[in-house]
Design a protein around this ligand. Structure first.
Ligand code: ATP
Ligand code: SKM
Ligand code: MG
Length: 178
């Protein structure tokens, strides 16, 4: 696999809670790449949590930081990159993502809600109607996510390990197409 990829980065995109960070770490181990997470880089660089950045700096600032980080990350090779769920909304970011292979992790909203029910680290879901918020975000983003090179539809029972394996077994077919 590592020979086939020739150092090309993998970018994981998809809604919050689909498992980009979790699956990304496993992929990095399997492929022998480094793992980076744009959310984690921003948190370290700013010295605040994502919630604090949204509350104190605002989402617009966060989106600018996200683009800056992605622009820097894509200069490197041999990376598995977990991105933030909203990274697809800025056209400029697609120029960076297209440096590598883009994998969309697609999980039904009901499963995301169950996974994140006790998790308060996603600022966009800290309101009285997280289901409505997720639905409207997905509606705005779906056509962007669908521009990924690879679409992985995930079921309720599929483990992160199984998802990582499925991604790695599917990659050769998309590399042949390009
Ligand atoms: N396949 C899976 N099965 C069950 N739980 C999972 C699976 N993948 C991820 N999770 C759990 O779902 C939660 C969210 O996963 P994760 O943080 O990897 O999502 P993310 O896509 O990186 O979200 P964000 O965009 O907010 O960073 C975590 O608690 C993780 O352990
Ligand atoms: O879907 C989103 O807009 C977000 C997802 C997370 O990865 C973080 O980037 C942040 O919570 C915003
Ligand atoms: Mg993440």
């Amino acid at each position: 696999m590592i020979d086939l990829l020739k150092g090309v980065n993998l970018y994981l995109i998809g809604m919050m809670g689909v498992g980009k960070t979790t699956v990304g770490k496993l992929l990095a181990q399997e492929v022998g790449y480094r793992f980076v997470d744009t959310d984690e880089i921003i948190v370290k660089a700013v010295g605040k949590s994502i919630n604090e950045i949204f509350t104190e700096n605002g989402e617009t600032d966060f989106r600018q930081l996200e683009s800056d980080v992605l622009g820097q990350v894509c200069a490197y090779t041999k990376l598995i990159v977990a991105t933030g769920g909203g990274i697809v909304m800025q056209q400029q970011n697609w120029g960076y993502l297209r440096h590598g292979l883009i994998v969309w992790l697609d999980v039904p909203i009901q499963i995301i809600l169950e996974r994140l029910a006790e998790d308060h680290t996603r600022p966009l879901l800290q309101n009285s109607d997280p289901q409505g918020k997720l639905s409207s975000l997905l509606e705005q983003r779906q056509h962007k996510y669908s521009q990924a090179d690879l679409h992985i539809t995930i079921t309720a029972t599929e483990t992160p390990e199984e998802i990582a394996t499925r991604i790695l077994t599917t990659i050769p077919s998309i590399l042949k197409k390009s």
